[in-house]
Design a protein around this ligand. Structure first.
Ligand code: HEC
Ligand code: HEC
Length: 710
C-alpha cells in the first residue's frame, strides 16, 4: 500500500475550521448578499502557509462526492453551491432543512472572473473551475458569512472538470478546449503539472488510493487513464493511456465500435469496481433509433474491460427496422431513449441506483447501477420540467437539467436547470429493488425556485436558448436537441450519415448516427456530414450548409429541422418553422460562447506560418480570407478523393470553404471527417487546396502551428 503524505494544515485549513463553526449561526444575517470578486494575489496563500504549527487534529468532515458538478451539497453547512455558468457567478443557496424548499432571496452570489463550470464542496470551502480565463478558485465565507475568493491557481484555458483525491490533498482539473489535465496541490495551491490528452476532456474521477484517474471526453468513445508513475502518486506527472470503452455494446451492430459523444459525467461505484460513464452511443440500434441512444457504459476497473460484452461479430445483427418492438423493454420516460443528453450523475448508495440529469427531456432518470446496461434498466423517471409553452413546447420552468446534488439521507435530489435558471427539489421515491417499475410517473418535484433571470436582454434569444437545449419539441427535431450534436455550440466530432430511406410515413432524408440505423435499403449508407461548430462561427449572413446550399442561417435551421429525426415532420404550419428558426438564430449569435482566445502574441514559428498561409504562392488566404473569419464562404469543387469507407459517393462535389477559426480544437476535418489532424491535411494535400508540395518540412510545421492559433 502506498503511503500518502498528509498536507500541512495551512492558513486555509484554520480558516475553514472557523468558517465551519460560524456557518450555521450566520445563516439568518446573510440574506441576499452580493460581494464582488476579491482578487487574492496569486501565490499569497502558499507563501504564508507552512510556518504554522499543526493544531490538534480535529476530525474534518469529508467531501460528499469527489467529482465536481454544476451543483454541490456543502459540507458542514446547510447549503448548496451552484456554478452558474451563464451568469458568471457562484451562488450559495441556504437550505432551511434537508428537504425543505430554499428561498430565492436568501441566495448569496459571488461574481467570478469568468464563467464557472464545476463546483466541489469541501469542509468550509468550495473549489470552482472558471473556463476563461482558466482558473481553479478556492472560495470561503468570512465571519459575516460573505463569500470571498481565498486563493486561485491559473490553469490552461477552459478549466472544467474537478476530481479530488480521497485524502483531499490533490485535485485534477480538465481543461476542455485546450485538451489538458492539470494537477493542483490543495495545501499550497500550486499547480504541479499539466499534460495534453485527447479532445474535450470533461469528467475527472480519482480512485481511493490516489493511483489512478479516469477522464471522460465530450468527443469520441475512449477514456483517458492516468496512472501514478512513482511513489508521488498522481502528484507527479502520471503515465497517460487511452482506454477503449465500447458505447452501448449490447445495442451496437455486431463487431462495430460505435462513436460516442457528450461524455460529461462519470463516477465510480462505492467499491470502485465499476466506472460509470454517461453519454450517447452514436448509431446504437433500436426502434427508430436514428441518432443512436443515450447510455451509461460500465468499465470494470480491475482490467479496464467493458462490463457488457460486445455482440459476436458473426451474429446476425439487429437492424433498426427489424427491432422486435413488442419485445422492447418497457421503461418509464421516453420510448426512443429513456433520457437524452446526460449532463450530470449521482450514485444513490441506499438503492444502488444512478441518478442521471437529462438535459434534453427535462427529467431525472434513476437507473439500476447493478445492471449490465444501466440505461436499459430505468427504474424511475422524475420529470422536473413544467410550464410548457403551448406554441413552442419548451419548458418555462426547469428546462435543461444540468446539475444534480443528492441529500445526505439520499431522499432528496436538487436539480439545476440551466435554460430557465431554476432549482428543482425532487423527492426521490423510497423503493425496494424488487418492486415493479411505477406505471405512472410520480409527481416528484416538491417545488422549484428561480435563482436568476435570463441573461440575454432579447426575449427571442431567451426562447432560442430553451429551444437549443430541448429535445421534446417534435418540430425542432425528432428527440435530440441542438445541444445533443452541437454541445455548448461546439461539435460532437461525429460524421453523420445523411440518407434517404423509407419509414412508416414515407421516404425522407434523415441523419443517422451509423449506416446500420438505415433500414435495409439496398446498399444505402448515406452521405458524410461532419457536425460543424457554431459558437463564434455564425455571424455571417450566409451561405450555410456544407454545400453552401442555404442562403442564410434561418434557412439552414429550417433544413436541419427536417434532417435530425426519424421520418418526416409532424403536421405543421410554415410559421412554426419561422418562429423557431428566428429565435434560435438570435440565441446562436448572442448566447453561444466561443472558445477561449489564444491570449498571447504569436511565436516566431507561428509568424512564419502566417506568412506561408498568406503567401500568393501557397494561396490559403485566397479562399480562407482572414478578414472575413478565414473563409470567403464560396463553394469550390476540389479534386475528388476516393469515397470514405462506410459512406455513399456524393454527386455534388462543391463544398463551402469552412472558416478556420478555432480549427486547432475541432478535429476531425473536412465534410467527411477523413482528416484526423492538421498535420495530416498538409502532408496529404498534394496541391489540392492551394499549393503545398513545394513547402519544406519547417514551413509545413510553421503553417500547422499558425493554424492552431486561429
Ligand atoms: C443529429 C445531429 C444534429 C442536430 C441534432 C443538430 N445539428 Fe446542426 N448540424 C449537424 C450537421 C451534421 C450539420 C452539417 C450539415 C450540412 O451542412 O449539410 C449541421 C449544420 C448546422 C448548421 C450550419 C453551420 C454552417 O456553418 O454551415 C447550423 C447553423 C446548425 N447545424 C444549427 C443547429 C441547430 C440550431 C440545431 C437545433 C435545432 C441543430 N443544428 C441540431 C448536426 C446536428
Ligand atoms: C480553392 C479554395 C481553397 C484554398 C486555396 C484552400 N482551401 Fe482549405 N478548404 C477549402 C474547402 C472548399 C474546404 C472544405 C473541403 C471539404 O470539406 O471537403 C477546405 C477545408 C480546409 C480545412 C478543414 C476545415 C474543416 O473545418 O474541416 C483546412 C484546415 C484547410 N482547408 C486549410 C487550408 C490551408 C492550410 C490552405 C492553404 C495551403 C487551404 N486550405 C487552401 C477551400 C480552399
Amino acid at each position: 500500500m502506498m503511503r500518502r503524505v498528509r498536507p500541512p494544515l495551512t492558513l486555509l485549513g484554520l480558516a475553514l475550521i472557523s468558517a465551519a463553526a460560524t456557518a450555521c449561526s450566520s445563516e439568518a444575517g446573510s440574506s441576499a448578499q452580493t460581494s464582488t470578486s476579491a482578487t487574492a494575489a496569486q501565490g499569497s496563500v502558499s507563501a504564508a502557509a507552512s510556518s504554522l504549527p499543526e493544531p490538534e487534529a480535529a476530525p474534518r468532515a469529508k467531501a460528499n462526492v469527489r467529482e465536481g458538478g454544476a451543483l454541490a451539497l456543502a459540507v458542514g453547512e446547510q447549503a448548496l453551491y451552484l456554478a452558474d455558468e451563464d451568469h458568471k457567478a457562484l451562488r450559495r443557496i441556504p437550505l432551511p432543512s434537508a428537504s425543505a424548499v430554499p428561498s430565492a432571496d436568501q441566495v448569496q452570489t459571488l461574481e467570478l472572473p469568468g464563467a464557472p463550470a464545476q463546483v466541489l464542496a469541501l469542509a468550509g470551502r468550495v473549489l470552482v473551475t472558471v473556463r476563461d480565463p482558466g482558473l481553479l478558485l478556492v472560495i470561503e465565507r468570512d465571519e459575516q458569512g460573505a463569500l470571498f475568493e481565498k486563493g486561485r491557481v491559473e490553469l490552461p484555458a477552459d478549466a472544467w472538470g474537478i476530481g479530488l483525491s480521497a485524502d483531499e490533498s490533490l485535485v485534477l482539473v480538465s481543461s476542455a478546449w485546450t485538451s489538458q489535465i492539470s494537477a493542483v496541490e490543495l495545501g499550497s495551491l500550486q499547480k504541479l503539472w499539466s499534460l495534453e490528452v485527447a479532445r474535450e476532456p470533461r469528467a475527472v474521477v480519482l480512485n481511493e488510493q490516489g493511483t489512478v484517474a479516469y477522464v471522460s471526453h465530450l468527443v469520441g468513445s475512449a477514456l483517458t487513464k492516468l496512472e501514478a508513475a512513482g511513489p508521488g502518486g498522481l502528484a507527479s506527472p502520471p503515465k497517460v493511456s487511452s482506454v477503449g470503452l465500447t458505447p452501448a455494446p449490447l445495442r451496437s451492430p455486431s463487431g462495430v465500435t460505435l462513436g460516442a459523444s457528450l461524455g460529461y459525467a462519470a463516477l465510480l461505484s462505492p467499491d470502485q469496481s465499476r466506472l460509470f460513464v454517461a453519454r450517447h452511443a452514436l448509431g446504437a440500434l433500436g426502434e427508430n433509433a436514428w441518432f443512436g441512444a443515450s447510455t451509461v457504459d460500465v468499465l470494470l476497473t480491475a482490467d479496464d474491460s467493458s462490463l457488457a460484452p460486445r455482440r459476436h461479430n458473426l451474429l446476425p445483427f439487429l437492424r433498426a427496422d427489424k427491432a422486435p418492438s413488442g419485445r422492447e423493454l418497457v421503461v418509464p420516460g421516453k420510448p426512443l431513449s429513456p433520457f437524452t443528453q446526460p449532463r450530470a450523475m449521482a450514485y444513490r448508495k441506499s438503492t444502488q441506483t444512478l441518478l442521471v440529469a437529462s438535459e434534453g427531456d427535462d427529467l431525472l432518470a434513476e437507473l439500476d447501477a447493478t445492471g449490465l446496461d444501466p440505461a436499459r434498466g430505468v427504474l424511475r423517471s422524475y420529470v422536473v420540467g413544467s410550464d410548457y409553452d403551448p406554441l413552442l413546447p419548451v419548458a418555462g420552468t426547469c428546462g435543461a437539467p444540468s446539475g444534480l446534488a443528492l441529500s445526505s439521507d439520499e431522499k432528496t435530489a436538487w436539480v439545476w436547470c440551466r435554460s430557465t435558471y431554476d432549482l428543482a427539489v425532487v423527492k426521490l421515491e423510497d423503493f425496494s429493488r424488487e418492486s415493479a417499475p411505477a406505471k405512472e410517473l410520480p409527481a416528484a418535484v416538491v417545488s422549484t425556485v428561480r435563482l436568476a433571470d435570463e441573461p440575454l436582454a432579447d426575449k427571442d434569444g431567451a426562447i432560442g436558448r430553451r429551444l437549443f437545449y430541448n429535445a421534446t419539441d417534435r418540430i425542432t427535431s425528432g428527440g435530440l436537441a441542438c445541444a445533443g450534436c452541437h454541445p455548448e455550440g461546439r461539435d460532437d466530432g461525429h460524421v453523420w450519415h445523411e440518407a434517404k430511406f423509407n419509414t412508416t410515413d414515407g421516404t425522407h432524408t434523415n441523419f443517422v448516427g451509423d449506416a446500420a440505423d438505415i433500414p435495409q435499403e439496398e446498399g444505402v449508407r448515406g452521405l458524410p456530414r461532419r457536425t460543424p461548430m457554431l459558437a463564434g462561427l455564425v455571424a455571417a449572413a450566409g451561405p450555410y450548409g456544407w454545400h453552401g446550399e442555404s442562403t442564410d442561417l434561418a434557412a439552414r435551421l429550417n433544413a436541419g429541422f427536417g434532417l435530425h429525426r426519424w421520418g418526416g415532420m409532424p403536421k405543421h404550419d410554415g410559421s412554426n418553422l419561422i418562429a423557431r428558426a428566428g429565435r434560435l438564430t438570435v440565441f446562436l449569435r448572442r448566447g453561444l460562447v466561443p472558445p477561449p482566445a489564444l491570449g498571447r502574441e504569436l511565436s516566431e514559428t507561428e509568424k512564419r506560418g502566417r506568412d506561408v498561409f498568406a503567401s500568393p504562392e501557397v494561396r490559403c488566404a485566397q479562399c480562407h480570407a482572414a478578414e472575413t473569419g478565414f473563409t470567403n464562404r464560396a463553394v469550390y469543387s476540389l479534386a475528388k478523393l476516393p469515397v470514405r469507407g462506410g459512406f455513399d459517393e456524393e454527386e455534388e462535389a462543391g463544398f463551402k470553404t469552412p472558416s478556420l477559426r478555432f480549427i486547432g480544437g475541432r478535429a476531425p476535418y473536412f465534410h467527411d471527417g477523413r482528416a484526423p489532424s492538421l498535420e495530416w491535411i498538409i502532408n496529404n494535400n498534394n496541391d489540392r487546396m492551394g499549393s503545398t508540395n513545394q513547402l519544406s518540412g519547417v514551413d509545413r510545421a510553421a503553417l500547422v502551428a499558425y493554424l492552431k492559433t486561429l
